[in-house]
Design a protein around this ligand. Structure first.
Ligand SMILES: C[S@@+](CC[C@H](N)C(=O)[O-])C[C@H]1O[C@@H](n2cnc3c(N)ncnc32)[C@H](O)[C@@H]1O
Length: 290
């Protein structure tokens, strides 16, 4: 079912930069352990794809605070793979810190990179979008998918929520990381703005609820992804579409590139929570999207 593409506050230019930064941090905190293992789950899935040895670059598009590149940079065994972090509103301070911490692994793009526009990426690139694809208005999504697919060898789209009642019921629980944020990130710069937006004028947790609920409604279900990829990918090309209880992960290999290890299409009604059982057990033989 298609819902109207309602506005998200995070997409607007009118909120002050300090509120934007605080919202991104609630997202980062709430999707990280111990609150949720979402980012770790995505990083583990990306790392298992990288283990195939087919990719030299991971580009985290719409990276926000670059949580997944941060985890990948720490992972052993990924020497030789570089993580490019970018966003249409780049967080230059966070990107810069990350690059200084991992100069051999992180490449920070401090100019705006809009993934809805065609971009040139190096060969052997995996594009990763976490919590970002649903920001694209429905009318533009097909064109954006085509551009993403043409510009890289593999695309992975992950969402920390999904279009399902269980995910929407889960959204209000974000109050816990939101209220704890000033304490949780006490060691990071920005203490006063966190106390302001989470405690003194607690607008950030409320906006976060709104944006979370709207995000769920904006997303595609597994079957909507399947229908769209069916038209995008030629017959015989495999894609993997699946979800855990609260999250979703979709990945496919560009039709113009050789498929290093065919991905299996897995449509699961429900499987273990992210971070538990692997969401994509590889069935054999792999199924086709069509
Ligand atoms: C919900 S946040 C997700 C941030 C991060 N990927 C994560 O998982 O925590 C969405 C991010 O996508 C970025 N974004 C939205 N539309 C974009 C576009 N067209 N091009 C690049 N970045 C975009 C926003 O600036 C924001 O940082």
């Amino acid at each position: 079912m298609q819902f109207p593409h309602l506005f998200e506050v995070m997409d607007q230019s009118w909120p002050p930069a300090s509120l934007h930064a605080t919202m991104r941090e609630i997202l980062e905190c709430g999707n990280s352990k111990p609150f949720r293992p979402y980012y770790q789950w995505v990083a583990d899935e990306v790392a298992s794809v990288l283990a195939e040895g087919e990719y030299d670059y991971v580009v985290e598009l719409g990276a926000g605070t670059a949580p997944i590149s941060r985890l990948l940079a720490k992972k052993p065994g990924l020497d030789g793979v570089k993580m490019i972090v970018c966003d249409d509103h780049p967080d230059a301070e966070t990107f810069g810190d990350l690059q200084r911490q991992y100069p051999d692994k992180i490449v920070a793009r401090n100019e705006p990179v809009d993934f809805s526009k065609p971009q040139e990426w190096p060969p052997r690139t995996l594009l990763l979008l976490s919590g970002a694809f649903h920001h694209i208005p429905p009318a533009l999504r097909r064109e954006v998918l085509e551009n993403l697919t043409k510009s890289a060898q593999r695309v992975m789209v992950c969402e920390p929520l999904r279009k399902a009642p269980v995910s929407m019921i889960f959204v209000p629980f974000s109050i816990f990381p939101a209220m704890l944020l000033p304490i949780w990130f006490f060691g990071r710069p920005g203490k006063l703005r966190r106390m302001l937006w989470c405690w003194l004028a607690p607008i950030a947790p409320v906006i976060f609820w709104w944006d979370g609920l709207v995000s769920c409604l904006r997303m595609w279900t597994d079957s909507e992804w399947k229908a769209n990829l069916q038209e995008l990918l030629p017959t015989g090309r495999k894609a993997s579409i699946g979800h855990s209880l609260f999250c979703q992960m979709v990945t496919w290999v560009s039709p113009t590139k050789p498929d290093p290890q065919p991905t299996a299409e897995v449509l699961q009604e429900c499987c273990a929570q992210e971070g538990g059982e692997r969401p994509f057990p590889a069935p054999s033989p792999p199924a086709e999207v069509s």
